[in-house]
Structure formats: C-alpha cells, structure tokens
Design a binder for this molecule. Structure first.
Ligand code: SF4
Length: 302
C-alpha cells in the first residue's frame, strides 16, 4: 500500500506534487474536495487515463531504443504493450480521447519524432533519463519535526541545441498556437519540473520542452513549445512555495478551506461549480451522486 502524503492524524499534507500544489493555489476548497475528501468527477478520469497511457508509451519507446531495438521494433513493442495496458479503456460518450485515437496518436508522434528527433535522451549513470520519479526535502518545516517534501515524475531529460531540458508530453483538445504554449510560463508544474532536475538529478536545465498532441476526431496534430526558466525564477518559485505551504498549514490547523470564488471559471471551468453553487447542507448529496472517490496521492508511482 502506498504511503500517505499526510502527517498522521492531521489534515496536513507534507508531500506535495504539482497537481496538489496547483489545486491549493487555485482554490483551497477545490484542494480540500480533491486531496482531502478524494472526490473526482466521473468523466475526469478519462483524460487522466488517456494522458497516462500516452506518456507511458513514449517513455517505453525511448527505453527500447536505448536497449538497442530499431525504431520499427521499438514502435511495434510499444503499441503491443499499450494495447494490452489499455484493453479496458473504452470511455462512454467520448469522441476525442478514445482508445483508437490513443493508438493512432502514439504511432503518428513516433513516426514524426521517433528516429529523427533533434532532442536526444540524456544519459545519467549509464541509463536513459526517462520515467524519472523525484522526491526532495525542501527544508521548509511542516509539523512534528517533519519538513515539506516536493515530488513528481519527469517524462524525460533531453539535450536540444546544446542545452538540457525536461521533456513533457501533453494531450489536449485545444489548438496549438502560440497562446497554448504561453500558458506554461509562468506555470507551477513546469517550474517544479525544472527545479527538480536541478536538485535531484543534478542537471540544471534551461526549462521544459512541451511536446503537445492536439487530439481531434480522425486526426492528431503535434507541436513543440518551450517553457524556459532561469535560476532566479526557480529560486523565486521555491520561495513562493514556502508561503503557499505555510498557508496550507494554517488551513489544516483551522480545518477551514475557503472558497476562491474568482477561480470557478465559466462552463468547462471548475468541476465543483455545481457543488459550490448549492447550499452547504446539500453539497455532499450532490458530490456522492456526480463524483467518485479516487484519492490523488503524490507518492503513487504512475
Ligand atoms: S467552484 Fe469555485 S469555489 Fe468551488 S471549488 Fe471550484 S474554484 Fe473553488
């Protein structure tokens, strides 16, 4: 069983990943519903599963290439493994993130970038830097003598045009213009990934390369963008994180997770909008009917 990210007998999370930290920053109530109560909108798991299968397939491909397989053999093996892993993936009412589109997107991405990609995998201690799980002590005190820890998972470290980057894969329905890549600077996840590379893997990076796949009905488009980070930006991000974690400590001590009602968004915004718009006495009835319990744990290996 995976270890809990919470300090025993408290609501204080001490191991944080970019997902949980992002939720806290967005809206403490959203964080509470997701991390502490464990609610996930039923259809939300489709996007998580699709993105997970896609990222795992690309990581597997790069490991096979490193092991000496040709592009064709590595691709064949990767697709066979993904077909097995995704055998039960058949989302209802979903026209974009289907199993068929998943397999097609993996093949098309690897045909386009696999053998000819100018971004090459970094080698650390003789092994390819793919599927890198990280966890590091921040030296920021949490409770009972424990410090806050930051954790996560990097898809890959690559060399590109003489610099080192984290490579991150995204799947989206959004169109992939300049506005799409602008979303990642500033961005909580990309800053944490860049910082982790510096601290845990002792590999200072220039930032993150985002390889995005726009999933369409019957087609997939790919585009590559950059989220650059300087050392000063990363230091600032870590200092700001201390302020956020201190807030989390106060919320947990007071058992109060305020609503940030400027972060709800319009239709397609926060999944909890239909919950928060109800009277507090009936919210749990709605949660139980429209959501399912699927606790997010930053310590779980995905
Ligand atoms: S609907 Fe608004 S207030 Fe409610 S959890 Fe989402 S962001 Fe927070």
């Amino acid at each position: 069983m995976t270890e809990s990210p919470f300090i025993a007998d408290t609501s204080l999370q001490y191991v944080w990943d970019s997902t949980s930290l992002g939720l806290l920053k967005t809206c403490p109530r959203k964080y509470y519903y997701t991390l502490i109560e464990g609610w996930v909108k039923k259809e939300k798991s489709v996007h998580l599963d699709f993105g997970g299968f896609y990222a795992s397939a690309l990581e597997n491909y790069h490991k096979k290439i490193f092991a000496g397989l040709s592009h064709e053999d590595a691709l064949d093996d990767t697709i066979s493994q993904t077909l097995i892993a995704s055998a039960n993936f058949s989302p209802d009412n979903e026209t974009y993130k289907t199993r068929e589109n998943l397999i097609r997107s993996i093949i098309w991405y690897l045909e386009e970038f696999g053998p000819n990609d100018p971004a090459t995998t970094v080698i650390i201690d003789g092994r390819p830097a793919v599927e890198l799980t990280f966890k590091f002590d921040t030296d920021i005190p949490a409770l009972n003598g424990m410090n806050f820890v930051l954790s996560g998972h990097l898809d890959r470290l690559v060399e590109f045009c003489g610099s080192t980057y984290v490579m991150d894969q995204k799947t989206t329905k959004m169109s992939l213009g300049a506005h799409y890549f602008k979303m990642y600077s500033p961005d909580n996840q990309m800053s944490l990934y860049s910082l982790a590379s510096r601290i845990v893997f002792n590999t200072p990076v220039s930032g993150v390369i985002i390889d995005a796949a726009q999933i369409l009905v019957g087609s997939t488009r790919f585009a590559r963008g950059f989220a650059l980070r300087s050392e000063a930006e990363l230091d600032e991000w870590l200092a700001d994180t201390e302020v956020w974690l201190d807030r989390a400590k106060n919320y947990a001590e007071e058992e109060k997770w305020p609503m940030n009602d400027t972060a709800c968004g319009n239709y397609g915004g926060c999944a909890f909008r239909d919950v928060c718009s109800k009277s507090p006495q009936v919210r749990h009835v709605y949660l139980a009917s429209e959501f399912e319990k699927k606790h997010w744990n930053p310590l779980e290996i995905r």
